[in-house]
Design a protein around this ligand. Sequence first.
Ligand code: SME
Length: 190
Amino acid sequence: MPHADSSYFGGPNASKSDVYQQVIDQSTGLVYGQRNWVSNFSNVASLLWHAYASLPAPSSSVNWAGFYIRQDKFPVLGASSAEERTAKTDVLVLGPFQGRPACQEIRFGRGVCGTAAQKKETVVVPDVLEFPGHIACDASSRSEIVVPILSGGETVAIIDIDCTEPNGFDEVDRKFLEQLAALLAESCDW
Ligand code: SME
């Protein structure tokens, strides 16, 4: 199957769960044989983007879908071991995404992303205007879900999804995005 065919979602009767299950299934196929997070996250960001676009509102109002990765997990030219890398372990750096340009660095504990990274827990924000410290990369975003990707019990990256409508995310989003986070944690080399 051509790779692009993996991003044709839904149909008139597809529920959000159906579409998320297709994201999981297609992600499983696309990461097969590839352990580089840059490559795997890029394809999964694309799948998520097309999945939300195929659904009714509020999912169709998702305006950003992607990843931030811990700074020390970026490849460093010339560094032959993790010990040789001096990058920070408490800073997230912008990774593969779909949507408009976004802020490039977020410290653990800051904003929704940094809060989820530090707590190692999913954070669902029904209204970003009421989340103290929310980092507004795009003023049109109104709700957000951030899911940590944990490897060896530590946050190595986060999934971040923004929506232009309040209350854009529910327990179905949490359940499947946490499954996706687990898949990405185990399918990439960290
Ligand atoms: N709103 C996020 C920042 C990242 S952007 O939404 C892409 C936050 O508060 O951490």
